[in-house]
Design a binder for this molecule. Structure first.
Ligand SMILES: Nc1ncnc2c1ncn2[C@@H]1O[C@H](COP(=O)(O)OP(=O)(O)O)[C@@H](O)[C@H]1O
Ligand SMILES: [Mg+2]
Length: 274
């Protein structure tokens, strides 16, 4: 369990400090699929950077399994082992010469034995379909391929919580489909997943829970069905309804309560008419 208790953060800028995250209390639990929504500047990336210890809270406490994360390097290491972050821009993450070396870097830093490093690197490479890329340089890959290496990188650390910051932004439709498939595999393995995204259709299809950020504040923490039903909230936070919801509204039928419900009820309807 990863808990934020009244965590706030300000970036230090030349023209005075800028509150990027107002006191935030939220808990991520094992095995959850969480969509993190909100327009640009809402605080999504700041939330993720705090959650894996890249940034330190200005006030408040982050707890992992009930234990507070303090300032000791031991605490930070504990947080970084448990919480993996895939950055929005994969380039900032890359350190090594080849894809294989790049993915080995994290597990090597954890001081794992060579056999275990190999096992983890092979598993991450297989999971992201990167077998043909082992000897390539990460910098010379396409945007979508880089995105996959960035995920494999973090996966090889075998975090319990995996945070992905707008992972679909550099992906084409095939890349997005592969990403969603990968997220499914990781969910089956029991990993908690949080994805910052502007794709409300994906959020509706995929997430168990949605966090809506607006101007550095967590405006709503609820099931996606509840979030997307609240049109005032969506308007305030600059979000759209998923396509299925807009289609339902245009057809004058009630919105789907579950991602599969719309198609199920449509089939049921035509069958009962027959
Ligand atoms: N490095 C930075 N320096 C100063 N302000 C920043 C920095 N990064 C983000 N901010 C500001 O913090 C707020 C939250 O940004 P961010 O967490 O990046 O939002 P999001 O990821 O939702 O787009 C915004 O007002 C943004 O301008
Ligand atoms: Mg961001």
């Amino acid at each position: 369990m990863l808990e934020f208790q009244e965590v706030s953060f300000q970036y230090e800028t030349g023209d005075g400090d800028h509150e990027a995250l107002s006191p935030l209390s939220v808990t991520l639990r094992e095995g959850e699929r969480v969509a993190v929504l909100g327009s640009n500047g809402a605080g999504k990336s700041t939330f993720f950077l705090l959650a894996n210890g890249v940034l330190r809270p200005h006030s408040g406490t982050i707890r992992l399994d009930g234990e507070p994360i303090g300032r000791r390097s031991r605490d930070l290491l504990r947080l970084r082992r448990a919480v993996g972050l895939v950055f929005q821009d994969p380039d900032v993450q890359f350190l090594a010469g080849t894809v294989e070396e790049e993915i080995s870097f994290g597990p090597m830093n954890l001081g794992l034995p060579p056999d275990e490093i190999r096992r983890r690197v092979d598993a991450a490479i297989e999971c992201l379909g990167l077998d043909g890329y082992r000897e390539r340089g990460p910098q010379e890959l396409s945007g979508g391929e880089k995105g996959r290496v960035a995920i494999a990188d973090v996966l090889a650390m075998e975090p319990r919580f995996l945070l992905l910051d707008e992972p679909a932004s550099s992906l084409d439709p095939a890349g997005r489909a592969l990403l969603e498939q990968t997220l499914g595999v990781l969910h089956e393995k029991g990993m908690a997943l949080a994805v910052a995204t502007h794709d409300v259709d994906f959020a509706w299809r995929w997430a168990d829970r949605a966090l809506v950020f607006h101007q550095g504040r967590l405006e709503r923490d609820a099931a996606p069905a509840e979030v997307f039903a609240d049109t005032a909230l969506l308007a305030r936070c600059g979000l759209e309804q998923p396509l299925l919801w807009r289609a339902a509204a245009a057809l004058g039928v009630s919105p789907p309560k579950h991602p599969e419900e719309f198609s199920r009820s449509a089939c049921g309807g035509s069958r009962s008419e027959a």
